[in-house]
Design a protein around this ligand. Structure first.
Ligand SMILES: [Ca+2]
Length: 101
């Protein structure tokens, strides 16, 4: 076995020993007022971020067809979120839109 093969083989073993397999919690619907939050059309691309700076992470997601971005304020906590209604993010009174591509 060549020195190069030994190095590659050693790296593969080291990688396999330290590689972590991701684990996921059970899937669940994010709800508002007891009903699942739905996306009008297309890929939602959800993003959890404290959008309004109150220290509690909110929910943002987009929609593919119009590129609009919805903001759902979290009225709960980071560990027990609570949402009531969403609104489109606006700039100067107009819904912002992000083009695809
Ligand atoms: Ca917030």
């Amino acid at each position: 076995m060549s020195k190069k093969c030994i190095i590659i083989f050693t790296c593969l073993i080291a990688f396999s020993l330290y590689a972590q397999v991701p684990t996921f919690a059970n899937y669940f619907n994010i709800t508002a007022n007891g009903s699942p939050i739905t996306v009008p059309l297309g890929c939602a691309s959800p993003y959890i971020y404290d959008w309004d700076g109150d220290g509690v992470k909110d929910l943002l997601f987009g929609q593919y067809t119009s590129g609009k971005v919805q903001f759902w304020k979290n009225y709960g906590t980071n560990s027990n979120p609570s949402f009531t209604s969403g609104s489109y993010i606006q700039s100067d009174g107009v819904d912002i839109s992000v083009s695809s591509g």
